[in-house]
Design a protein around this ligand. Structure first.
Ligand SMILES: C[S@@+](CC[C@H](N)C(=O)[O-])C[C@H]1O[C@@H](n2cnc3c(N)ncnc32)[C@H](O)[C@@H]1O
Length: 293
């Protein structure tokens, strides 16, 4: 892996602080008092405690969940008896929003952070047994540094053709391209014919690459790295590349076709890169992939 730009002292300090912020042990101690207080005051049991709330802000929990629910149900026809897979389900934002939508369906979520899965299983599965969660011990320098399996080798624990729809919200933005390629292949395998994968990326094309050198983007993606297979990508932090990964768009399009999805995915540009997008555009680029019938 090579970084073309050396990290400054400021960047390095920020990266160390982020590692501390993301450490489950640090958070368990730091947030213990406020979590105990909120529990005593009767917090909504389907709202995660603050120690786990590092996937977005707490006030975003319900609106972001609702956004993904709508993308699946309203935009992609996920019906009440559908089987849905949530790749990198986090603290259950999409899961909680989907509960009323899948009265006769099933939801399976997996994630690399055991604490997330433990909370989702304890609070969600116990009340809604058709919603299940499992740990995938996959390596990720941000979320699961000591994971057992490389993302590029992980096999989803589901049979071929098990799902009508899959979601990977803000997950491929935290994976190197070799892992993304594998996950696209696994997604296509476990989807039924006609099934859909709704996913997000920081996609880099020529226009975005130009903008990345200016003040427009929401963050800097100024380290060009390569994954174990030699494929180039961009990252904000060479020490922990998975903090934020930009994938080159032509590579994504080729990988999706190779995985078995229909050619010409629907790409809705997000505003993260600073390019001109409609007012209601999402933050990340949303890529919808369909398995041929
Ligand atoms: C920004 S969070 C998004 C979580 C959730 N999708 C949401 O929108 O609330 C990224 C999630 O991806 C998970 N993750 C990272 N690498 C993963 C992998 N290889 N397989 C599954 N989950 C992964 C992280 O643990 C984290 O929960």
């Amino acid at each position: 892996m090579t970084a073309i730009k050396k990290q400054t002292f400021r960047e390095r300090s920020r990266s160390v602080l982020k590692s501390i912020w993301y450490s489950p042990r640090f958070r368990a101690v730091a947030f213990a008092p406020v979590d105990a207080l909120e529990r005593a005051r009767g917090r909504d049991p389907l709202l995660p405690p603050r120690r786990l709330q590092y996937v977005g802000r707490r006030e975003d929990f319900a609106p972001v969940g609702a956004y993904w629910r709508d993308r699946l149900v309203r935009d992609n026809g996920v019906g009440p008896d559908a089987d849905v897979l949530d790749i990198g389900c986090g603290i259950g934002r999409a899961a909680v929003a989907l509960i009323p939508q899948l009265p006769a369906g099933t939801y399976e979520g997996f994630d690399v952070v055991p604490q997330f899965v433990a909370w989702c299983s304890r609070e969600i599965t116990s009340r809604h047994p058709n919603f299940r969660f499992r740990v995938a011990d996959v390596r990720n320098r941000q979320y699961n540094r000591h994971g057992d399996v490389a993302p590029s080798e992980y096999e989803f624990p589901f049979a071929d053709g098990s799902f009508d729809a899959a979601l990977a919200a803000s997950v491929f933005t935290h994976m190197e391209p070799d892992g993304v390629r594998r996950y696209l292949g696994e997604s296509a395998r476990v989807l039924r014919p006609g099934g859909v994968l709704v996913s997000t990326f920081f996609l880099v094309d020529d226009e975005v690459e130009g903008r990345l050198r200016g003040p427009g983007p929401a963050f800097a993606l100024d380290h060009r790295l390569t994954d174990a297979a030699g494929e180039a990508y961009l990252a904000a932090d060479p020490r922990v590349p998975e903090f934020c990964v930009g994938i080159f768009e032509p590579q994504l399009i080729a990988a999706a076709a190779e995985a078995g999805f229909e050619p010409g995915p629907a790409i809705e540009r997000g505003w993260w890169s600073g390019r001109e997008v409609p007012g209601d555009a999402p933050y990340q680029d949303v890529v919808t992939l369909r398995k041929p019938v």
